[in-house]
Design a protein around this ligand. Structure first.
Ligand SMILES: [Zn+2]
Length: 85
């Protein structure tokens, strides 16, 4: 193989790596969107059906969270407000 041929092959292989990486990133983005959407659906259901009982951990500015469903109080407000629209 001549040097020129080898260079052309290496350049092509290098570009293919970038292409594969881009493809995987797009797949990951899609997967991330689906997971976020499912998580939001689960959290909305929890926000609406749980009889929340809030507590907070023993450190400064610890958020209030529910002992049963583990959602934070502010998160519950947001999810309920959105799901009632
Ligand atoms: Zn709860």
């Amino acid at each position: 193989m001549s040097n020129e041929e080898e260079i052309a092959e290496l350049v092509s292989a290098r570009r293919q790596l970038d292409e594969r990486f881009k493809q995987k990133e797009m797949e990951l983005d899609e997967f991330r969107k689906k997971v976020y959407q499912q998580a939001r659906e689960i959290e909305t259901r929890l926000a609406n059906i749980c009889e929340h009982n809030y507590t907070r951990d023993n450190y400064a500015y610890a958020p209030l969270y529910c002992r049963h469903c583990f959602l934070e109080k502010e998160q519950v407000w947001r999810l309920k407000a959105r799901s009632q629209n």
